[in-house]
Ligand binder design. Sequence first.
Ligand code: BGC
Length: 754
Amino acid sequence: MSLTRRHFVVSTSRQISKLAGAAALLGSSGVLPALAQTTSTESKSSELSPDERARETEHKMTDDERFSLIVSLIGAVPSVGVPRDRRIPEGVNMSAGYTPGIPRLGVPALQSSDASMGVTNPGYRPDDKGATAFPASIAVGSSFNPQLAREGGAAIGREARIRGFNIMLAGGINLARDVRNGRNFEYYSEDPWVSAVLAAEAVNGIQGEGVISTLKHYTLNCNETNRHWLDAIIDPAAHRESDLLAFQIAIERSQPGSIMSGYNKINGEYASGNHHLLNEVLKDAWGYRGYVMSDWGAVPAWEYALKGLDQESGIQMDVRQWGSEAFTDRLRTAYAEGKLPKERLSDMVRRILRSAYAVAIDKWGPAPAVDMAKHSEIALEIARQGIVLLKNDGALPLATDRPLKIGVVGGYAQLGVPTGTGSGAVLPAGGYAGTVNIGGAHGAMGAVRNLYLLRSSPMAEVKKLLPQAQIEFDGGYTPAESALLARRSDVVIAFGIRVEGEAFDLPELSLPWGQDAVIDAVATANPNTIVVLETGNPVSMPWRDKVKAIVQAWYPGQAGGQAIAEVLTGKVNPSGRLPITFPQNLAQTPRPELPGIETPWGTPTTIRYDEGAEVGYRWYAQKNTKPLYAFGHGLSYTTFSYSDLKVSGGDTITATFTVTNTGKTAGADVPQVYLTEAPGERRMRLLGFERVELAPGESRTVTISADPRLLARFDGAASQWRITDGVHAVALGKSANEQVLTGSANLTGRHFGR
Ligand code: BGC
């Protein structure tokens, strides 16, 4: 009897978890009809929507229980000097955030872990055997493949589940406004649509496994310089058309359980206490039903509870940053004095419970089986599809008809591939191939600013695929030494790497440690040089005209060396496209000088995002300048043609066209549809894209219908989107700069949405 009962409950829970994941996608109307038929004991609560359940539970809570739910504690991290907090009970798996559960009401403890590229462990859990280190989010961005983003998310969700983490601090979605931003590798793109579509699928993947995901960092946390003291100034309407639009669309498409507020100020108000952005935009205009958690150390004042913040994260970090916790004693005092209304406290709690119920973290059955080999395959596939072939003068793929003498230079390619650094760095199973502390003056983050090498040596992988080749390695130690190897090689593969990460912006675009000089010397010695870049951002490439091919591999994750080798040898046909514009130099970008970069950490800094909504390729189009490599650019070993473009208008733009693989190799293309002109103004907007895999000679018809907000301006006075009546010009392109076919259509002028 007990066995049958247990078995019954387990399978029911699994079912619930899946169904509730789906319900979360549907929002509050996603009632779970199937659940009502499952068990009689669960039937009552299952008939209720997550909102109703949250209200019911919250109603039964004591104030102590309410207050316990609106804070989280960071676990012990010796590397950055965070001691164990006695409020975390013995036996709890250490993580970024812990909130006790309320067993009498069936509310589970909340436990969160970073991040978008896998389950991290900066030292919380000495016994943790390591997680899958996925490629950087910007590589997911380059894949332009939402399905792959979802698979990666699901794998991360499963790896969180087996560790007992029911919240993933994943979903970094800040727009890449500045090519010096140290955290761009954690974000998807400079474009709101690409960012939203990919981030949403990553969140859907995670939440489909019964783990809450966040979208972060709301909003405009687009530079790391003095991030706790950084005031990001932007025109509010332009903000709606750019960073906020990315959040808005991603929220609609994935219903993330939580939104994490950023460290910075926006137009003078801290993100975590920004009444306009949290209450008026997120919760009111967009109707967001989940909860807002702060970033760690982003809450100087208890009053932020009145301004829309629902949970204070890692409260010990606020003690470090601001001298005290905000949502414990101080908020309780405010409550006792009647300054925090009971309704607001209840709302904070209900939002947290609502997300818990919507994603069904209270209904976990046994942890899912985790197939680490399968997850490594997913990481490999993301790396393959995320690699972008920037330039190819016929040097790639490497010849396989004769044994080549290959000189491999630099980038620790004999050991592995680098990752980004900071809270998003994932300790892989088996540990790193190497770790070197870079250090740095910025807060505690210098202690964990490391060059991490993942154990996937591109050199060893090339050797596997070209067993006949003679491969010699040179560390890229000096230009002269590297040139010696270059001279005696048929072909040189030179690696360029850079450590980028949290709390550090890059002052300029070059590669560190004299690597540009090494690459230059190598290319001078042997023009048959291929450069592989493993960076989180564009770099300047002063040697660009001297080399035959350039491959942008980003931080390609734990199987990255294999993916690089497969692209170099032609086993994989590159299909990544740039999700961020590569400028010729900083003078071309909206801010040639980065405010605050020269000041000590902690200096109040104002950064004006005067480009407004004209981020990335939109900026270059407006200024009519050509970048080094355009947004959307990426070469292939085959060729594609576009034909039969038909554009229709009305409420939105719909473009239908045919893509044909005109070469001899199977490959994937990413045709892109852009708005290029609206009535009376030149306006560049990516309206849609699709990744299309085609065999040689194969054709496919693609239809892309634009989200009308991409065709609209945000009308601040009306607080609505506005489409101007009249002709809108459209281009079908291979990149923002390479428009192949053009068309136009009439749109009906109107106001809509919020
Ligand atoms: C980062 C967040 C992260 C948090 C928790 C912060 O430093 O900005 O992205 O989720 O730490 O580790």
